[in-house]
Write a protein of this length. Sequence first.
Length: 152
Amino acid sequence: MERTLVLLKPDCVQRRLVGRILSRFEDKGLNIVAMKLIQITPDLARQHYAEHVSKPFYPGLESFITGAPVVALILEGLEVIQVVRDMLGATSGLKASAGTIRGDFSSSRQMNLVHASDGPEAAAREMKLYFEEHESHDHEPTLTPWLKAIDE
């Protein structure tokens, strides 16, 4: 089983889409092992987006991500990093396919509702930024045998 960090960004929270998007992850059979509502600080934003801090668009990105609360969660599942990224669709809601989260709910490049880690190394780094070890809860839903084969 693999884990990834997902952030339901300020636009998602402000537009009251949190429940609808969480439902899509649960409907897919992904397991929520950690979740909390937080306010991202400028310092945390700089850590999270470290590779973008010196870029001209960064001030607007920081202003956006610190502008309202976000829901941070860790999802677990088979190939969860790629599964979640496929569910989100293209980064720009203008280019995301219908049926994806961004394709269905976003019409902006930056206000694209959800962040998800783009690989195993990023997931490990980002989960540590947002969650302490004790905040993650291993559990197996009783319906797991109906969601994946025993040898997966």
